[in-house]
Design a protein around this ligand. Structure first.
Ligand code: UDP
Length: 248
């Protein structure tokens, strides 16, 4: 998988189709794929945590989740052309899973939400095999035991960041038989229709963040991080340029 670095974080710069193809070819070979969504918020929250960055970088798939990542790549003369959101990737994986009859487990969100998401996914992808759901507010060890017992092929974890990434990384050994593991943030809330996603034209204009802000004004504190991210990317670029000038 071809990748580039955004402030130390690896991000795949292949298109979505190629990434999906790779994931399912790994699936066929019995290899495990962990798919992390890299967005400005994770980068700002964790940019000083080298150990964490390394753990994310060690996996094969890190998708460019957010227009901020696309712009940062552009500024670095990178190759990331479009964002791949976690929710879109999750839906594509669900669609493709039908061909593999994969057993899917949905873990996360408030009571009843993952169950509603299951119903919606079953309506959308005929033949999908969601074997169990579990809300994200029960004790983690109970959820883990449940997942291990059910032996899914695909596990989506919607606990919010960094809880969901840590759940996967901390339990990697216990979850080693699961072929696809992916943290998905608030995707169950949207898929279950408990929270609406922006209209398509808003998504296309890269203004989804604004829609989320209107729907959940409390997110303002999280979205301020986007400004911090832009600041980091620009100062990093300036520093690199200065270093280059000193060398010359
Ligand atoms: N959540 C959970 N358990 C927790 C904390 C959060 O299941 O202990 C869920 C929450 O209900 C929501 C999701 O995690 O469904 C986090 O959504 P958020 O909007 O923060 O994620 P984003 O999509 O922004 O990454």
């Amino acid at each position: 998988m071809k990748k580039e670095k955004i402030l130390g974080f690896d991000v795949c710069n292949e298109n979505e189709e190629k990434i999906l193809k790779n994931i399912f070819s790994d699936y066929n070979e019995g290899k495990q794929s962990i798919i992390f969504s890299i967005n400005p918020e994770i980068i700002v929250n964790k940019n000083k945590d080298n150990e964490y960055i390394q753990l994310l970088n060690n996996e094969k798939y890190q998708i460019p989740d957010g227009i901020g990542i696309v712009y940062a790549s552009k500024l670095n003369k990178g190759k990331i052309k479009e964002r791949i959101t976690g929710i879109d990737m999750m839906e594509k994986l669900c669609k493709e899973s039908v061909n593999y009859k994969s057993k899917i487990f949905l873990y996360g969100a408030k009571a009843g939400v993952a169950e509603d998401a299951k119903i919606q996914l079953e309506k959308k992808y005929s033949g999908i095999n969601i074997v169990q759901t579990c809300n994200g507010y029960i004790e983690e060890s109970i959820a883990l035991d449940n997942i291990i017992k059910v032996k899914p092929d695909i596990l989506f974890v919607g606990l919010g960041s960094p809880k969901q990434e840590e759940f996967i990384l901390n339990n990697k050994e216990k979850l080693k038989n699961i072929r696809i593991l992916m943290p998905v943030g608030g995707s169950f809330d949207v898929i279950s229709q408990n929270l609406s996603r922006a209209p398509n034209w808003v998504i296309k204009m890269n203004l989804e963040w604004l829609h989320r802000l209107v729907k959940q004004p409390i997110r303002i504190f999280r979205q301020i991080k986007l400004l911090k991210f832009i600041f980091y990317v620009i100062t990093n670029k300036i520093r690199k340029k200065e270093r280059k000038n000193v060398k010359n």
